[in-house]
Design a protein around this ligand. Structure first.
Ligand code: SF4
Length: 194
């Protein structure tokens, strides 16, 4: 006997409350709207993040779930994954990074154009996780500056989404002058990056 196949016959109600990106503060009148350039650039950047997934182990699988239809990272404007560092602005490091691999992660970071951001996903990328051993890097912030840490072993897709939303907050509020400032240059210098 053939196995019965069930289809989803229940029609989903149409939802009309699709939320739009929030408008920046500003002044408006008939036919005009004035705002700060920094806010407008931040709005565009935060809603069009291009992630570069650097996945080495189990946390990468959670990221795959985050990209799939149920969690759907595309809702945040981040569906365009890039594997060319020169096109991406968000490095997502997911998994155990061995010391031998550290120069590769750094090279990928260096090949990304400014402005660029970094998320360490999972205990291994944040701190080495359970691998307190001679061969494992005890956190990627030893080689590149990290903007957001997502804890967990592995973090659930919800936690990864939360990390992306925190990066969005950072990006939206970042001044367009920050990357030219002394403080940022000193941060990069502390990693030996000119
Ligand atoms: S944090 Fe846990 S789940 Fe993620 S790569 Fe390390 S061992 Fe695997």
């Amino acid at each position: 006997m053939a196995r019965p196949v069930s289809y989803n016959v229940n029609e989903k109600p149409l939802v009309n409350d699709i939320s739009m990106a929030a408008m920046p503060d500003g002044y408006q009148g008939e036919g005009f709207f004035a705002s700060k350039l920094s806010d407008v650039v931040g709005l565009a950047r935060k809603n069009s993040i291009w992630p570069l997934p650097f996945a080495t182990s189990c946390c990468g699988i959670e990221f795959m779930a985050t990209m799939a239809s149920h969690y759907d990272l595309a809702r945040f404007g981040s569906e365009r994954l890039g594997f060319s560092p020169r096109q991406c602005d968000l490095l997502m490091v997911m998994g155990t990074i061995a010391k031998k691999m550290a120069p590769v992660v750094k090279q990928v970071y260096l090949q990304m154009a400014e402005p660029r951001w970094v998320i360490a996903v999972g205990a291994c990328a944040c701190s080495g996780g359970i691998f307190d051993s001679y061969s494992v890097l005890q956190g990627i912030d030893q080689i590149v500056p990290v903007d957001v840490y997502v804890p967990g072993c592995p973090p659930r897709p919800e936690a990864i989404l939360d990390g992306v939303m925190r990066i969005q907050d950072l990006i939206g509020k970042e001044s367009i002058r920050r990357r030219n400032g002394e403080q940022y240059k000193n941060l990069l210098n502390s990693y030996g990056i000119q």
